[in-house]
Design a protein around this ligand. Sequence first.
Ligand code: C5P
Length: 309
Amino acid sequence: MRPAAVHPAGVTVRVPAKINLELVVGPRREDGYHDLATVFHAVSLFDDVRISRAEVWSVAVSGPYADVVPVDDTNLAVRAAQLLAGEVGIQEALHIEIAKEIPVAAGLAGGSADAGACLVACDALWELGGDRGLLHEIAAAVGSDVNFALAGGTAIGSGRGERVAPVLGRGRYHWVLATSDEGLPTPAVFAECDRLRGDATIHPPRPSPAMMAALRSADPAALGQAMHNDLQPAALSLRPELADVLDAGLEYGALGGIVSGSGPTIAFLVAGPEGALDLAVALTASGAARKVTRATGPAHGAHVVATGG
Ligand code: C5P
């Protein structure tokens, strides 16, 4: 056994939010999930998750969304850490501190991001050797978006979203994210999607050739045109006022605008940093959006930023 001093006392992992550049929703499966073909894209809006050894499990959340994040073992970061501990036979508890900048229930996979970050942090703290296969296995058991939080970048998601394959592209994109005060629960949005579809025949989902071509060309105008989300009608049905935000962003010059995931965040693509600033100012001044954030993508997946005391 190595002396205790070489073990890190704490590990901090940074993890990005995601948007979906494309989200094609297949039929509802027997297990209640939907098969998806999606293009995940990690953007520079981050949570930092710090873990340290403790006598009992506990969670502390700081930042603008601190009061709406559960601190019991329904927190996805705790679930992920406890599943991993069980899998590798570790008995000790953790104190988990989440510095939360990613809005909650926003379609940005913030909870999944924290789970992914916690897995990477546990791997470092417990010195598990960076077994990506193991981390991905636990990630898939925690939620459909956790695997992408590990991967980052731009990636095609299939299955219920948990199978991710990187998309090689050279594009860097500039985004303006318009978030609402009140989140939308993902299950409600999928249920509304099913309701709106009624008896229509739904084909197995596939990424569109237009999206793949846009990513290959790294042309923001083409990407803006190709963006699509099958959950958007459901999100707009539950939150009709989002249509005004979308209209406003497009009117103020965005190359494209889309509800991210199950919403209610709307992601606007712009040509560059000046366009992002102009659009952010215009959206804020118009009062169309409650909170406006600029971001770039792709961003790296969950990664260690500090170890030690
Ligand atoms: O996997 P996750 O916990 O993120 O999913 C939350 C909910 O979103 C699921 O319980 C399900 O209602 C819905 N969902 C779905 N199909 C997916 C992913 C999520 O219906 N592919």
